[in-house]
Design a protein around this ligand. Structure first.
Ligand code: AMP
Ligand code: GLY
Length: 421
């Protein structure tokens, strides 16, 4: 029987812990740092996700068989390299392989070199040159800070004034960080979707497609967030698009990383767009998406420990991963004011029974002294329903949302609207 340590503490990690808890070979799950909801399925240990030395000590002292990394920040500081060097098994990419997410320029150069479809781009370190280039191109302009910026490093500028302000922030004022680099790319349009795969070198094991909802309010209005809901069972992707995305994007990228000497070993997340010219890459992430993971992993009927262990040790899976044909849909409940400033500490009454088809993933909660939950983050809870069809998922997910009582939460009413249009 196996002991697993999951690194991270959001809804994504709750979904990973939930999937691991269904594995017949897993006897004990730890989560660092975890959260109040995760604590009902794993033992939470108060270690920060980037505190690599303490995580290694914990893994060694507690006989952990496998560590699974959720957040990109931990990958970017080299958690995987450090664990491997110490002979500890870990699921996630090396620091170098995780550049595919942490450096926009690395990802764009790779795609250009290997012919993976994406928007045309140029990268700049000089503010004056970037501004000159932007003024010569059509608007809107897409400006991407080259580094991890917690999903906030992309500005879509409608005018030269907006572009100028963003370039100043990114290159002169270090408002997003100190990389000193910006990628400027052409604006693409079309529906976006998320395609995650487990990747071990050139072996690519696809997960079901999903779609995130990035804007805060109904009808895709309001500011960009980390994601307000997600679902599986996309209706706008044809079998041909799906095949193209798998072969010409994800497989090709996995092969390219092998050829570059930094093979992937973990999750490759393609943030893709279906444009009038076909499927193109908007971004890559080197980890599970959040909130996509919360709707994708509940569909896995295989033992996820096997998959993690096979990828972590470079062993080919003996049989394909089995995914349910069901659909899933999840609605995020966020603190009023999110993604701007918000207050925390509001009492939550859950009032919802959970089972295999009704899950509540905690994204940002804490326990009060009396044992009740309270809000402790921007995104707080995600109610996920699984059913044969999306209409039933929608009914069930919103029934869960409506049963939860908390005065400071809001949610979108139109999750999965693309599938019902
Ligand atoms: P990213 O962090 O790269 O995923 O960008 C955040 C969001 O900005 C994406 O989900 C898109 O909605 C939008 N975006 C990024 N790049 C482009 C592009 N080239 N054209 C249009 N929209 C984009
Ligand atoms: N849902 C987008 C992300 O995880 O980056």
């Amino acid at each position: 029987m196996k002991k697993v340590l999951v690194v991270g503490g959001g809804g994504r990690e709750h979904a990973i812990v939930d999937a691991l808890s269904r594995s017949p070979q897993v006897e004990k799950i730890y989560c660092a740092p975890g959260n109040a909801g995760i604590a009902s399925q794993a033992e939470c240990v108060p270690i920060k996700d980037t505190d690599v030395q303490s995580l290694m000590d914990f893994a060694r002292n507690n006989g952990i068989d496998l560590t699974v990394v959720g957040p990109e920040a931990a990958l970017a500081v080299g958690i995987v390299d450090a664990f491997r060097a110490a002979g500890l098994a870990i699921f996630g990419h090396s620091r170098k392989a995780s550049y595919i997410e942490s450096s926009k320029e690395f990802a764009k150069e790779l795609m250009e070199k290997y012919g993976v479809p994406t928007a045309a781009y140029r990268s700049f370190t000089s503010y004056a040159e970037a501004l000159e280039y932007v003024s010569s191109r059509p608007f809107p302009a897409v400006l991407k800070y080259d580094g991890l910026a917690a999903g906030k490093g992309v500005v879509i500028a409608e005018t030269l004034e907006e572009a100028d302000a963003a370039l100043k922030d990114m290159l002169l004022d270090e408002a997003f960080g100190t990389s000193g680099k910006v990628v400027v790319e052409d604006f693409l349009s079309g529906p976006e979707f998320s395609f995650m795969c487990f990747v071990d070198g050139s072996r690519v094991y696809p997960m079901p497609l999903s779609q995130d909802h990035k804007r805060a309010f109904d009808n895709d209005k309001g500011p960009n967030t980390g994601g307000m809901g997600a679902y599986t069972g996309l209706t706008f992707i044809t079998e041909e698009d799906h095949q193209f995305a798998l072969e010409a994007v994800l497989q090709k990228t996995a092969d390219a990383m092998v050829a570059e000497g930094c093979p992937l070993s973990g999750v490759l997340y393609g943030g893709l767009m279906k444009t009038s010219e076909g499927v193109k890459v908007i971004e890559f992430n080197a980890r599970f998406g959040d909130p996509e993971t919360e709707v994708v992993l509940p569909l896995m009927d295989s033992d996820i420990y096997d998959v993690f262990e096979a990828v972590a040790t470079g062993r080919e899976l003996s049989s394909p991963i089995v995914w349910s044909e069901d659909r899933t849909m999840g609605v995020v409940m966020a603190s009023k004011g999110y993604p701007g400033s918000y207050s925390k500490g509001y009492n939550i009454e859950l009032n919802v029974g959970e089972d295999r088809c009704h899950r509540i993933f905690h994204m940002g909660t804490a326990r009060s002294e009396d044992g009740s939950y309270r809000t402790a983050g921007g995104r707080v809870l995600m109610c996920v329903a699984r059913a044969h069809d999306l209409a039933s998922c929608k009914e069930e997910a919103y029934a869960m949302v409506k049963a939860i009582k908390c005065e400071n939460l809001f949610y979108r009413n139109d999750i999965a609207h693309w599938a019902f249009e």
